[in-house]
Design a protein around this ligand. Structure first.
Ligand code: HEC
Length: 113
């Protein structure tokens, strides 16, 4: 009985996780390495916090935009705009920007500059 319950829980949790973030990348250590070329001192926890805030604060009015659909320049313009709309604090906007820049359309160029 317990096993069945655990199996059910596992399926439920997996479905829940995939439903809220299929196209929204989950930060990994390699992303931290790439980012730290331009943003030294970036930590995995910073990117994870950025993702968490992004999912929580930026999905209220429209579906979450895929970070790689926009260039870093577009993100640098859009985030201050959306910061006002989403009524978030400076440091939250900063964390979200760092997160989306890690996966921006031109993130390869950014990270190898
Ligand atoms: C209060 C509603 C609202 C919230 C919250 C919000 N947005 Fe938006 N967002 C909009 C609207 C409306 C548009 C389309 C019109 C525009 O570009 O202003 C938009 C458009 C965008 C675009 C597309 C711009 C383009 O060039 O096509 C991006 C990217 C974006 N939002 C990112 C975000 C991010 C990141 C957050 C979280 C910080 C966020 N949004 C939170 C309302 C919102």
């Amino acid at each position: 009985m317990k096993k069945v319950f655990l199996a059910f829980l596992f399926v439920a949790i997996s479905a829940y996780i995939s439903a809220c973030g299929t196209t929204i990348p989950i930060p990994q250590e390699k992303d931290v390495v790439a980012m730290s070329k331009n943003f030294p001192n970036t930590k995995l926890s910073d990117l994870l916090r950025g993702r968490e805030l992004y999912v929580r604060k930026c999905s209220g009015c429209h579906t979450l935009k895929n970070p790689s659909d926009f260039t870093s320049a577009q993100w640098e313009q859009d985030i201050p705009d959306m910061k006002t709309k989403a009524k978030i604090k400076d440091d939250e906007a900063q964390a979200i920007l760092l997160y989306v820049l890690a996966y921006a359309k031109d993130s390869n160029q950014i990270s190898s500059r």
